[in-house]
Design a protein around this ligand. Structure first.
Ligand SMILES: Cc1cc2nc3c(=O)[nH]c(=O)nc-3n(C[C@H](O)[C@H](O)[C@H](O)COP(=O)(O)O)c2cc1C
Length: 229
């Protein structure tokens, strides 16, 4: 890295410290059965809300879920299987009123906050997983008493890790991800229509329309998307 991009405070090289956290954080889905203390949650959220937000609205809310029955409900109503085994997590909400539906800026604001939350958690020895495999938003709103003008954006599972995560290399080299001034990436175009995505989309829509979907779980679990590779 060139010299002029380095910022130091006293003896501390901020860029190096940041790299240590950014490059080491990995998603963790198995946790020790240990609760996170309220003051630690406050530290996490204090970091999360340093994120940029559209028009600086900062209209996010963070709902801690540590009641086992509620965690089970999130799984049972069609959320990711591993949610049933986590000690806690945070449901991240954002006001859904925006005039910029094209870029859906509330989601982007909440996503930025989630990223900072995950980095801060990592720095405190807490593993996390950003989860969007969740029951329908309307059902989550009803269950957690969330007003209609908030959208649940994601559930971030949290817990003290039992084993520090290993670094995992990224899939594509940085040079192939970077272009200047025009889209000049050397890659084959994706097909205009992807039958697999189409089928999954409709299967998902139908599945989440079924109020008794939990009874189908033994059959559908083999189709659950795994994000682990
Ligand atoms: C928008 C988003 C949604 C995700 N949803 C899920 C999910 O539903 N279930 C899950 O196990 N992981 C989920 N993940 C975590 C990813 O699987 C994980 O970040 C990815 O495998 C890369 O691993 P890493 O975070 O260790 O780099 C999600 C991540 C993002 C950013």
């Amino acid at each position: 890295m060139s010299e002029h991009t380095r910022i130091t405070r006293g003896n501390v090289d901020l860029s190096q410290d940041l790299d240590e956290i950014v490059y080491s954080r990995r998603t963790i889905r198995h946790y020790a059965d240990k609760k996170i203390a309220p003051e630690v949650y406050e530290e996490l959220i204090s970091a999360a809300v340093q994120a940029p937000s559209a028009c600086n609205r900062q209209e996010w809310r963070f709902l801690v879920v540590e009641d086992k029955r509620l965690l089970h409900w999130l799984f049972e109503q069609g959320g990711a299987t591993f949610i049933d085994h986590v000690p806690q997590g945070i449901l991240v909400l954002h006001v859904n009123r925006t005039d910029n539906k094209a870029y859906w800026d509330p989601v982007q604001s909440a996503a930025a906050a989630i990223m900072l939350l995950q980095l801060k958690a990592y720095a405190l020895g807490i593993g996390s997983c950003w989860v969007c495999h969740l029951p329908p938003k309307r059902e989550i709103r009803r269950k957690f008493n969330i007003p209609s003008y908030y959208d649940p954006i994601a559930f971030v599972t949290l817990g003290y890790w039992t084993r520090e995560p290993a670094r995992r290399p990224r899939k594509v080299a940085v040079k192939s991800l970077l272009a200047y001034n025009r889209f000049s990436f050397d890659e084959p175009p994706l097909p205009v229509f992807d039958m697999r995505v189409f089928l999954r989309l409709w299967a998902r829509r139908l599945y989440y329309l079924l109020p008794w979907r939990k009874h189908l779980y033994p059959w559908v679990r083999k189709y659950e998307k795994k994000f682990y590779d």
